[in-house]
Design a protein around this ligand. Structure first.
Ligand code: C2E
Ligand code: CA
Ligand code: CA
Length: 917
């Protein structure tokens, strides 16, 4: 910051050279002025001297011209010529005196001579008494020699200083004499002095004075001369009363011309000397002049003074201006300085304020903020601590950032790898926003939205992190998604979610090369119920129906309410072989239908609901979601047309399958006749390892397709009505076979035969059994009929009746596949059964699932309580057997002992095993 004194200093630093230069300019100006004044005085003196000389010469010249013209007129005066020829002296005197008087008066002529041709003076008109002397003066001599007018200033022997002009007097072509006019220089001097306002002094060197006779000279000069005895000059004429001492001094100097200014007291005089030479160039007379130049010097001085004053004033003005200006400059500097201080202060305040604001913003902002430097937390705000559940900043700062994330994100990404990726993106793009999962101090994982901003500073790479806890947001989003993707009434996924998932399923099935299926389910006659019982009942029915469908399918599959009474089931993966896949799909559809066999109790009303199911398989060609749904829908309508409670495939997709099936159906007709059907037997052993029973299992080796899946075969037979024929075939053949075996091995092994629901429901079924017993003379308990729970579903009371009739015939009844259907204990209690077969799926899970193990244990216990014989099917391992033995299961069947085998193979098997006798 600039202090006031510094501003002053600057001012004086600027001022010193400024004043110095002004003084130098002033002084040099004054010196110039002085020199100029001196020069101008000198110039003045010399020009004045020149002027004097000129004036003097001019005056002489003018007088000479005057003399010459006067002489011309005199010489041509006829009277005088006549008188001269006559030599009439008195008449000449009389006549010329008149002329002389006139000339004297008008032109200061003081001398008027007539000379004869021999230079002898004839008459001095101004002094007639003196004459006849020889005149030797230069002017006359020259006129005689040149025979022309001659004029000269001449210094006479007596000290006269005279201007003379001589004209040769010519009368009738003959020189008769000479006329001479002269004037004393005194007049000229006086005239010049008056005209030019200076005093003139004429001095002559003493040596030129005739015989040095001063007294004579003074006499002739007619005035007193002034001279100094020491001087070699003598003052002849002067126009002033006093002679300045300087003049004497000047006259005594050998220099011919000189001028000088002389100061005495207040006055200044100019003194100058002019040398006047004789024709032999001898300086004989000095003409000195004295001029009072006091006024001139005074004027010049006053001009100088004026100039000095003006310069001083000008300097003062400039200084004053400078002071004023510098004052202004200083003020403006001060003002600027103050302004600068103000600006800096303001900026500082701004900075401080913005710093504070930033700190407040950082501390108080609702978003969690964090600053990371080189993978180390260096700062965070309260929101961060609150969100992560840390008490102090220190705690958080000390923990590594990696501790804030779980090892894996919920989508399976490694947090560490992914976090580095995110940081790289943020550095590349400047900032990066993404969702992330963090861990609170208490271990709770929660979702956040992260905004990573790279702050590239010198040397460091700071990361500014903004976190927003989006747990709530996610919950809301989930709720919204539920609303958007789920049906409010049934809580099942809605059409939208179904289509979404189907889209995914289409892609993955294509990629992984397996088949999926869509079951389009429609409740038969729902509209009628709805109209009759009202919407509330209708809704309750739908809710119940949804539950039943849902419990019939696997977790990975999706049931959705598609609209109204339509449900769509998506089976993502039903196998890699199309017809098998179709069968599985159909099985599931059947299972769903079975789930509806039990009547619904809705607001006191007992309702029997059936379903029509359309199945569409995927993927085929470039099917899209809409195609698949449309196909399933078409198939569903087909099912409806076939008389409701039906399952239909969409023909296009199932074309091959259907063709195959048609072929098989056709072939099945002749299979029995052709001897393609066979029966395999699978032994059942008791706890001691004794073969007690053989289960008859149908086999069809199709000439084209090979072994047909028995379940598929039975389903096809049921569908086509061949089941009765097949049933009879199995019954007859197996009874014969086993009776033969018993005879052969002398054993009493029992026979177990699977009976289809359709077979059982035949009105004459009991009769058929009765006939067989008679026909083959079957012993009591030799034959066991294996039935499934489905048998009882439709007509429970009737089933019980039939069961009892069968039992009366000495035929045992076994409930097959226990655990896969309703498995109601009610059944066990009320149905007159002899045996229960735990389904192989339970046995399979005994080792791995403790709950299944517990269930199996309970089934065995309860069955025993009801007096039922328990058979475990699908025993494949020693461990399973061990468990079942411990739980006191009665009989065991499965690959652990033997696969279903041909009658031929059975012979060798039985030969090596203990048999029931
Ligand atoms: P099911 O009555 O439960 O027959 C037992 C099935 O379990 C047989 O399949 C048999 O091969 C299989 N199995 C036996 N031990 C094991 C084992 O340890 N592990 C495994 N994984 N499986 C074992 P299969 O022969 O394919 O018969 C399938 C189904 O077809 C039978 O199930 C039965 O419901 C039906 N079926 C077979 N033959 C006839 C028949 O003559 N009449 C009727 N109505 N249905 C039949
Ligand atoms: Ca069976
Ligand atoms: Ca079974």
């Amino acid at each position: 910051m600039m202090k006031n004194s510094e501003v002053k200093n600057i001012r004086f630093k600027l001022l010193a050279p400024f004043i110095a230069s002004i003084i130098i300019i002033l002084l040099s100006n004054l010196w110039n002025m002085y020199i100029f004044q001196q020069d101008s005085l000198r110039e003045f003196s010399s020009s004045t001297t020149k002027q004097l000389y000129n004036n003097f010469n001019e005056a002489i010249k003018a007088d000479i011209e005057l003399f010459e013209s006067s002489l011309y007129f005199i010489s041509h005066n006829p009277l005088l010529q006549e008188l001269w020829i006559e030599k009439n002296r008195d008449a000449i005197i009389a006549e010329s005196t008149l002329i002389y008087e006139k000339l004297k008066q008008d032109h200061h002529v003081t001398h008027f001579y007539f000379h004869d041709i021999n230079a002898i003076n004839y008459l001095r008109v101004h002094k007639p008494n003196r004459h006849s002397d020889i005149i030797k003066r230069a002017s006359l001599t020259e006129a005689i020699t040149s025979q022309k007018i001659s004029a000269n200033i001449e210094f006479g022997t007596l000290g006269q200083f005279v201007l003379r002009a001589v004209i040769p007097w010519e009368i009738e072509g003959e020189i008769v004499g000479y006329i001479e006019l002269g004037e004393e220089i005194d007049h000229i001097l006086k005239r010049i002095s008056v005209e030019n306002k200076y005093d003139l002094i004429l001095a002559v060197k003493k040596e030129y004075l005739y015989e040095n006779n001063l007294e004579n000279a003074e006499y002739f000069l007619n005035h007193k001369t002034e001279l100094s005895q020491d001087n070699n000059s003598i003052i002849l004429n002067k126009t002033s009363k006093e002679i300045h001492p300087r003049v004497i001094e000047l006259l005594n100097t050998p220099k011919s011309n000189d001028e000088t200014l002389y100061k005495s007291g207040d006055e200044t005089i100019l003194v100058a000397k002019l040398s006047i030479e004789d024709p032999q160039k001898n300086s004989i007379v000095s003409l000195a002049y004295i001029m009072d130049v006091t006024e001139h010097v005074r004027q010049s001085k006053s001009l100088l003074m004026k100039t000095i004053w003006v310069s001083l004033l000008l300097g003062l003005f400039v200084l004053n201006f400078y002071f004023l200006y510098s004052k202004k400059l200083q003020k403006s500097l001060l003002r600027n300085k103050n302004k600068l201080i103000e600006i800096i202060k303001e900026r500082d305040e701004h900075l401080e304020e913005s710093k504070k604001r930033y700190q407040t913003l950082f501390d108080k902002t609702a978003d969690a903020l964090l600053i990371i430097d080189n993978n180390k937390i260096i700062d965070c705000n309260q929101s961060t601590l609150n969100m992560l559940g840390y008490e102090t900043k220190q705690q958080l700062i000390e923990s590594p950032p990696s501790k804030l994330s779980p090892i894996f994100q919920s989508n399976g990404d490694s947090s560490k790898i992914k976090a580095n990726e995110m940081i790289t993106i943020a550095i590349e793009k400047g900032s990066h926003r993404f969702e992330w999962e963090h861990v609170r101090k208490n271990g709770q994982i929660f979702p956040v939205e992260v905004l990573l901003t790279a702050i590239p500073l010198k040397d460091v790479n700071l990361m500014h992190v903004v976190w927003r806890d989006i747990t709530q947001q996610k919950k809301v989003a989930a709720a919204l998604e539920k609303q958007a993707y789920y049906d409010i009434l049934t809580k099942l996924p809605n059409r939208r979610l179904l289509l979404d998932r189907l889209k995914q399923a289409l892609i993955t099935s294509q990629r992984h090369d397996y088949y999926g299926a869509v079951l389009f389910i429609d409740l038969d006659r729902f509209k009628g119920f709805n109209d009759a019982l009202g919407h509330v009942s209708g809704d309750l029915l739908l809710i119940e129906a949804a539950k039943r469908i849902e419990t019939s399918i696997r977790d990975e599959d999706t049931v959705s309410r598609f609209g109204g009474d339509e449900f769509v089931v998506l089976l993502k993966n039903v196998g890699t072989v199309l017809d098998n896949a179709g069968i599985i799909a159909k099985k599931i559809a059947t299972k769903i239908q079975c789930a509806f066999n039990k009547s619904f109790i809705i607001q006191g009303h007992e309702l029997q609901i059936t379903l029509s199911v359309g199945i569409a398989m995927f993927p085929f060609n470039n099917q899209n979601v809409e195609d698949v749904i449309k196909n399933a829908d078409t198939a569903m309508y087909d099912a409806k047309e076939n008389g409701r409670n039906q399952i239909s495939f969409y023909m296009k997709q199932m074309h091959k399958q259907v063709l195959k099936r048609l072929t098989m159906e056709k072939d099945l007709h002749n299979a029995i006749n052709k001897g393609e059907l066979d029966i395999f037997y699978q032994p059942q052993l008791d706890g001691d390892g004794k073969v007690v029973t053989l289960e008859a299992l149908i086999r069809w080796k199709h000439p084209e397709f090979g072994f047909v899946d028995p379940e598929y075969l039975i389903a096809m037979a049921e569908d086509t009505g061949f089941i009765y024929e097949i049933g009879d075939f199995v019954l007859n053949k197996s009874i014969k076979d086993i009776q033969n075996i018993n005879q052969e091995f002398n054993s009493s092994i029992n026979l177990s035969i699977n009976i289809s629901v359709y077979q059982f429901r035949q009105e004459n079924f009991v009769k058929t059994i009765e006939n067989l017993i008679k026909q083959y003379n079957i012993e009591e308990n030799f034959l066991t009929l294996e039935v499934t729970e489905h048998i009882a579903i439709d007509n429970f009371e009737e089933t019980i009746e039939k069961f009892e009739e069968i039992r009366c015939l000495g035929v045992r009844l076994s409930l097959d596949d226990f655990g896969t259907g309703y498995s109601s204990l009610n059944y066990l209690k009320r149905l007159p059964l002899n045996e229960l077969k735990i389904d192989k799926s339970f046995v399979f899970d005994i080792e791995s699932d403790p709950q299944v193990a517990l269930l199996v244990k309970s089934i065995i216990q309860i069955s025993h309580q009801f007096g039922l014989f328990v058979v475990a099917e699908g025993v494949e391992t020693t461990a399973q057997l061990q468990f079942l033995l411990e739980e006191e299961c009665d009989v065991f069947q499965g690959f652990h002992f033997c696969h279903p085998i041909t009658k031929t193979k059975l012979h060798s098997y039985l030969s090596s095993h203990q048999l029931k006798s």
